[in-house]
Design a protein around this ligand. Structure first.
Ligand code: GLN
Length: 295
């Protein structure tokens, strides 16, 4: 077909492009921009724009792509080449098998965070009350509630825009949870059996060396853990006790090098059986501790 035309002109100039040519265009543009997962991203954007799956693609390689689809695809490829994450372009991400809406007001749910969810699931016996502090898209809270129908859940976040995303996700999944705009525990009352949190934990000076996808597009508010990255762990450990029932658990996701520091903070505050759990790469990823009556 007319690959040369699209590569040079990058405009629709009358000739039609087929599915295969459009996908190749996307791959080439992303490779030129040094996007690591160029083929995967080019495919995901094509799948999104044309609403097709792999089966359809292979059976219809030579089908013409409607002009408006190609124009839309070019626009998304341009944005991806400028390092906007695919998930912000399509507006969704998968987490614990759930399709969740995301936008630039929330972190893109990470596979690593599934480790935290899996550990918390092990603590749930029936109708626990759960608080997800810094809920963002609601990925942690909603996947817990999706897996365990007996629990009740509250998601808290300082960002009203993030809470709107969490609310939409809850609605799409048909889950009833409470969402509260709160600077950590300032607006939280009552007692919970489990408090779970993936707070901002990147030290401020480390943010500048992160991938452009993260530092230029994900919300700084959800990343920045201040001077040493531990700011929110200190505050949450200090404040959580009042909202945690005796015998309850405080569960954190942590950065790979924060295991000792965060478990130390929890032990100093009187939490018992504090343990560090590693992720599949063998890196410290989760810290969990139980509340003793005097915490
Ligand atoms: N709990 C959300 C997530 O894991 C948001 C985390 C955050 O804002 N730091 O994606």
């Amino acid at each position: 077909m007319f690959l040369a035309v699209c590569a040079v002109g990058k405009r629709w100039i009358g000739e039609k492009m087929n599915l295969q040519a459009v996908l190749n265009y996307g791959k080439n543009e992303l490779l030129k921009a040094d996007i690591t997962e160029a083929p995967v991203d080019a495919w995901e954007l094509l799948e999104y724009v044309c609403d097709i799956d792999k089966n359809y693609y292979y059976l219809h390689l030579s089908d013409e792509v409607p002009e408006e689809h190609f124009t839309r695809y070019q626009d998304l490829i341009r944005k991806r080449a400028a390092h906007t994450p695919v998930q912000y372009l399509t507006g969704y991400a998968y987490f614990m098998g759930l399709k969740l809406m995301v936008n630039e007001c929330v972190l893109i749910p990470r596979f690593d965070t599934e480790i935290l969810v899996e550990q918390v699931l092990k603590l749930i016996k029936g109708n626990e009350r759960i608080l997800d502090m810094c809920t963002g898209s609601g990925c942690i809270l909603l996947s817990l509630m999706h897996e365990r129908s007996g629990i009740s859940g509250t998601g808290a976040d300082i960002s009203g825009e993030a809470l709107r995303v969490a609310e939409k996700n809850a609605e799409n999944l048909g889950i009833h949870c409470e969402l509260i705009q709160s600077d950590l525990f300032s607006q939280i009352s009552g007692k919970y059996d489990i408090i779970v949190s993936n707070p901002p934990y990147i030290a401020t000076k480390v943010i500048e060396v992160l991938d452009k996808e993260v530092k230029d597009h994900e919300p700084l508010l959800a990343l920045d853990g201040m001077e040493d990255g531990l700011h929110f762990y200190r505050r949450i450990v200090k404040e959580a006790g009042d909202c945690l029932k005796d015998g309850g658990y405080l569960c954190f996701e942590i950065g790979f090098d924060q295991g000792d520091a965060v478990s130390g903070l929890m032990q100093e505050a009187g939490y018992r059986d504090v343990k560090i759990i590693r992720d599949l790469s063998g890196l410290d990823r989760v810290v969990i501790g139980g509340k003793q009556s005097h915490v």
